[in-house]
Write a new protein. Sequence first.
Length: 111
Amino acid sequence: MENKKVVDQLGALAQETRLAIFRLLVETGPAGLPAGEIGQRLNLPPATLSFHLSQLSHAGLVRFLRKGRSLIYSADFAAMNGLVSFLTENCCGGRPELCAPADACGPDRTA
């Protein structure tokens, strides 16, 4: 993955509203959500939502599909996994398996 794409993706996520939108879409899964429902769930006016969805789409983190008059947005899981892979590819001296998230009650965390 090229550095410019990584910077664009991280930049898109480095804003509170866009991060909330992206996390909601990741939570929702591949089926995605209509734009109006995203706005309702996050209490965002249409113009604000449209701006942020455009930024996420431009960064390649979300996709949309037109269904009738609605736009259904979903996270681009391949892009998300590519970003995470890029960030961890040299982790722990080339042993990325050591970078896996710890269990919530594992030895590195308190319950």
